[in-house]
Design a protein around this ligand. Structure first.
Ligand code: ADP
Ligand code: MG
Length: 321
């Protein structure tokens, strides 16, 4: 099978590649053409996933397709953007029909779940890696950035933390657990649900937002820096799932929530006045702390003591001491 046959068989003819609202021209030309309305801005984000770094190799191709797109679309949720389209740059060591079929089908499932259309890409030979670029639309001036947090705001997250990191020993086959524990953790890891609806609900309300990919403390550090404020996180308010605590124990579950990464849950800052409306509308908002004058992220125990750990999250290229 040649490059063009591969593109046609698995990607250009996938249901998620059909042209529709917002996509004037899809796969097949030199560029795709996206249509945004006057008064809207295009939100763009790229993520690369490398075999052996971001996912175990080999792994289940259906799950890989599903997860890699979810991770990319999560950045649109974090900006309060409505998903529009994505491109896929795929580097493959060999062409295996079964693998491609399963991968494309996982990708298609998540694309339809998120309402995002495949509009192009690139296909090359080499060690397995995927690059996805996602495009979303947002009314001009309403995107949720990292830079607007104000002292006095609440620090919130949109769901449980630590499940993705907690699932890792299961994903890597280092540990096993009974289904009641393993299933919810693995589901979170392989099929994270980008918080798109919450992102839209936070437009015009949250003063800053991002999606947690590298761990709560590390990612909150980005908000603190971009906004020129300090953030206080209260350890006892971390939302932990029952499965995570049963699997790891309380202390390791807290560590997974603070520094583990792979959550793809929104973290945001909110003026206190906005909280009752969001809760009344049923949004999953967990208040974890607050924004203060100063800089950096501080972890506090129940008595208000500073218990900030040294290692805050995952970074590529970080030099080990
Ligand atoms: P070009 O040589 O102009 O870069 P290509 O031959 O690489 O074009 O690709 C042909 C068409 O197929 C383009 O529209 C491109 O966006 C699309 N395409 C290539 N690879 C993929 C892929 N993995 N998934 C979706 N579309 C793809
Ligand atoms: Mg090309």
């Amino acid at each position: 099978m040649g490059e063009f046959e591969l593109i046609r068989n698995y990607f250009a003819t996938a249901p998620c590649a059909l042209v529709g609202a917002g996509v004037a021209l899809g796969i097949g030309d030199d560029c795709a053409l996206l249509a945004v309305s006057p008064g809207e801005q295009l939100a763009v984000s790229t993520d690369t996933l490398v075999a052996g770094v971001h996912f175990a190799d080999p792994c289940e191709p259906f799950l890989l397709g599903q997860r890699s797109l979810a991770v990319a679309v999560s950045d649109l949720a974090a900006m309060g953007a409505t998903p529009l389209a994505f491109t896929l740059a795929l580097t493959l060591p060999t062409v295996a029909a079964d693998w491609l079929h399963a991968f494309a089908s996982g990708l298609n499932t998540m694309a339809q779940n998120c309402g995002v259309r495949l509009v192009g890409g690139d296909t090359t030979r080499g060690p397995l890696s995927l690059t996805m670029t996602v495009f979303g639309r947002v009314p001009a001036g309403l995107a949720l950035t990292r830079s607007g947090a104000q002292p006095g705001d609440l620090l919130c997250v949109g769901g449980e933390l630590g499940n993705g990191a907690g699932a890792l020993p299961l994903v890597l086959g280092q540990r096993t657990a009974e289904p009641a524990i393993a299933e919810p953790l693995l589901a979170h890891y392989w099929s994270p649900q980008p918080q798109l609806a919450l992102g839209l609900a936070l437009r015009g309300k949250a003063t800053s937002a991002l999606d947690i990919s590298d761990g709560l403390l590390a990612d909150c550090g980005h908000i603190a820096l971009a906004s020129g404020v300090g953030l206080q996180v209260e350890r006892d308010k971390l939302p932990l799932s029952r499965a995570l605590v049963a699997f790891l124990g309380q202390q390791a579950a807290e560590e997974a929530a603070l520094s583990g990464g792979d959550d793809y849950v929104l973290a945001f800052t909110l003026p206190p006045l906005e909280l009752p409306h969001l809760l009344a509308d049923g949004w999953p908002v967990h208040v974890l702390g607050r924004v203060v004058c100063g800089q950096g992220v501080t972890l506090l125990d129940a008595d208000g003591r500073d218990i900030t750990p040294v290692n805050r999250g995952y970074q590529h290229f970080r030099e080990t001491p």
